[in-house]
Design a protein around this ligand. Structure first.
Ligand code: BGC
Length: 735
């Protein structure tokens, strides 16, 4: 496709039609959108589909027998917990291979908003509270996706950190915090991986919808950063498509006839110029020209689900974070395990909303443990089986689905019904996994008997979360319910009486309160929303077949209100907020906890292993472009392990306010056997040391402490480097 030639032949109507999406996809059922084709000019329609944890399309279509399952990978928060860029790149590639085989040209992922508040309903879809970790993760993900010829979309640009009021809330944030914390991951991903698309967010920024904000979409994104890809709106964002196109959106999604005629009218009346329309249409055409569709690729509808399941398994393993382990783990092979908690039998694989995926299966903890040879207590399982099957709704919806299919095969308008049924069958099913049921229906004698006949107790606490709603600051969500607390207390008491250990698995989208009960148990493993291979990965980590090596990509608070941004949550007025002030400025996550001496439950970058690591031989070299931080990591324990080494930088003096320290680089070692050592060299580009002084980026002259460690609070090596002169960057070289 020659973009210039095609553009020169297009009528104004055709150009406008390119800029307005064609609605939810008809070509690939369940995909969120597609562009409009222009048949006479050979411009195909390209398909766009969510989302971060796998390709989100309907697994079942009314009119065909075949299924269209997609691999459910761990959610982004779990991917970031791996701190393993190479692995995340492979996940991106695998998702794109599936997109490709299902006829999806552009993936609506990864999401790059920040973990600003623990209650964000989409926290599982975002990587981290740290902009460099989030940006590097996103760049790796995008590289993987685009290596397959599928476009990646970084979203939601910018400041979509909560779901309350997300369609209209106005975010007030200082320009320094905006640039250093919220824009920076986008900037890093763009510079390092050139995503094909950026999705402008629903919310407002400083009074204007992000989709209608020329400062954001044109000045910062295109002029300062030199971005030359496509900008799309989030679905049904903003309130004026004409303003969106003028501000910098190339593609209004999902698009409908109303939007189309408003834009055409605007064009005819002269409020949308030919020049702007040409630029927008050109950006859409350029993306279409790069697409697999334009290059004649034919979807097979047969992706390598088995191969991708192996990658999902590996990512789930590496993303699990061991918070506590007092001689409980690893378990002995063939241990007899008493599995408590409904999540043990019905493990939540994925979050809900556009971040959901429809896999062929989700391996529960019970299935995974049994498959790996552990002896799961059958009587206990029977108790849970009866409560799990108390919910007839999901299976009923599958039956309705079958009947509707019969009907559809005889002819009828099937699309809306198909959407509804897929939603009922898949998302409601996931949601019912965490519906409030009593977790401690047992008598004392029963628990005592179970403790006597098993070697260890494993209790799973599950939560799900969804786009569109924030998590609740209440029992059953951030806090444990009374029955869950009682279950933990009673099981711990009984097992400890018999000299046996208790392990808690947190099957959660983001942090939950742990401080009130963690002393009762011996081990805590965060498994997040681990994707379809979750149960197998849990078994491998519990048994030590794979060493736990994940670390927290966010601070795990003791309680909600200590988290700095919670004080202004959800904004004003409280019952229906229209404005939220990011009053904590740059002090997001550990930047706040470390600077103001607040003790979290577990700090940023924290995670245990079954072995221990020693750090030595720190040397910091200054180069023209930045710093190279060299040191050695040695496995000093008695089991295999992988370490995530982190480099924080602390300015010893500054003219501006500064967080105590900031992450500037990290590295995950290969698996080290006991006694083995790896030499690490982490390059920190000079731009990463820069702060925004209100006008430009500056690395102030002065002394900087380089702090190398196993977490943000476990510093093992330190050195000081001097920067002799101020170094300035103009806005185009910020990150
Ligand atoms: C979400 C986006 C998603 C889009 C299309 C919106 O509601 O915010 O993340 O890509 O829907 O499904």
């Amino acid at each position: 496709m020659n973009v210039d030639d095609i553009l020169s032949e297009m009528s104004a109507e055709e150009k406008v039609s390119l800029v307005v999406g064609a609605g939810f996809s008809k070509l690939v059922h369940g995909a969120s959108g597609e562009t409009r084709a222009i048949d006479r000019l050979g411009v195909p329609s390209v398909v766009l589909s969510d989302g971060p944890a796998g390709v989100r399309i309907y697994p079942a279509r009314l009119a065909v027998e075949a299924t269209f399952y997609a691999t459910a990978f761990p959610s982004e928060i779990a991917l970031a917990s791996t701190w393993n860029l190479e692995l995340v790149e492979r996940v991106g590639r695998a998702i794109a291979e599936e997109a490709k085989e299902y006829g999806v040209d552009v993936l609506l992922a990864p999401a790059l908003n920040m973990h600003r508040i623990p209650l964000c309903g989409r926290i599982f879809e975002y990587f981290s509270e740290d902009p460099i970790l989030a940006g590097e993760m996103a760049a790796a993900y995008v590289r993987g996706v685009q290596s397959e010829g599928v476009g990646a979309t970084i979203k939601h640009f910018v400041c979509n950190e909560q779901e309350r009021g997300r369609m209209y809330i106005d975010v007030a944030v200082s320009e320094r915090a905006l640039r250093e914390i919220y824009l920076r991951p986008f900037e890093i991903a763009i510079r390092k991986a050139k995503p094909w698309a950026v999705m402008a967010a629903y919310n407002k920024l400083k009074g204007l919808y992000c989709t209608q904000n020329p400062w954001l979409l044109t000045q910062v994104l295109r002029e300062e950063w030199g971005y030359d890809g496509l900008v799309m709106t989030d679905w049904m964002a903003g309130d004026d498509p004409l303003e969106q196109v003028k501000a910098g959106c190339d593609l209004i999604m999902p698009g409908d006839e109303g939007v189309l005629s408003r834009l055409l009218e605007g064009y005819k009346q002269g409020s949308l110029s030919k020049d702007v329309l040409d630029r927008r249409a050109r950006n859409v055409l350029s993306l279409v020209a790069k697409s697999l569709k334009a290059r004649g690729h034919k979807a097979s509808n047969k992706p390598d689900l088995e191969g991708h399941a192996r990658i999902a398994h590996e990512a789930a393993l590496e993303g699990m974070v061991l918070l506590k382990n007092e001689s409980a783990l690893p378990l002995a092979e063939k241990a007899r395990v008493a599995l408590f908690g409904r999540g043990s039998y019905w493990t939540v694989g994925a979050g809900l909303g556009s971040g959901h995926v429809h896999p062929r299966y989700v391996v529960s903890v019970a299935e995974g443990l049994r498959e790996r040879g552990l002896d799961v207590d059958p009587d206990l399982e029977k108790v849970y089986a009866s409560t799990v099957h108390r919910f007839p709704f999901p299976s009923a919806s599958h039956q309705v689905f079958k009947q509707m299919r019969e009907w559809a095969l005889r002819g009828g308008d099937t699309w809306a019904i198909e959407s509804l049924l897929n939603w009922l069958a898949e998302e409601i099913l996931e949601w019912t996994r965490t519906v409030n049921i009593q977790e401690d229906p047992f008598t004392d004698d029963f628990v005592d008997e179970v403790a006597r006949r098993n070697d260890v107790a494993v209790i799973t606490i599950s939560r799900v979360s969804s786009e569109g709603f924030d998590r609740a600051p209440a029992q059953g969500d951030f806090y444990l319910r009374d029955d869950e607390q009682r279950l933990i207390a009673r099981v711990s008491q009984a097992f400890h009486k018999h000299g046996k250990r208790v392990v808690v698995l947190l099957n959660v989208p983001g942090p939950v309160e742990v401080a009130s009960w963690r002393d009762l148990v011996d081990a805590i493993l965060v498994i997040w929303l681990p994707g379809q291979e979750g149960g197998r990965a849990v078994a491998d980590v519990l048994l030590g077949r794979a060493p736990p090596s994940g670390k927290l990509p966010l601070t795990w608070p003791k309680d909600l209100l200590e988290s700095p941004a919670m004080r202004a949550y959800p904004g004003e007025p409280k019952h229906d907020p229209v404005q939220v002030v990011y009053h904590e400025g740059i002090y997001v996550g550990y930047r706040y906890y470390d600077t103001f001496g607040v003790e979290p439950a577990y700090e940023f970058g924290y995670g245990l292993s079954y072995t221990s690591f020693e750090y030595s031989d720190l040397a910091v070299e200054k180069t023209y472009d930045g710093l190279v931080v060299k040191f050695k990591v040695r496995n000093a324990g008695s089991r295999d392990g992988k370490e995530v080494a982190q480099v924080y930088v602390r300015a010893l003096a500054s003219r501006l306010d500064r967080p105590f320290q900031e992450l500037k680089g990290f590295y995950k070692t290969r698996t080290l056997v006991p006694g083995e050592e790896e030499r690490v060299a982490i390059t920190i580009p000079m731009e990463y040391l820069a702060i925004f002084d209100g006008k430009r980026w500056i690395v102030e002259k002065g002394s900087y402490e380089i702090r190398v460690g196993a977490s943000s609070r476990d510093t093992r090596l330190k050195a000081v480097v001097e920067i002799e002169d101020d170094v300035y960057f103009d806005l185009s070289r910020g990150a």
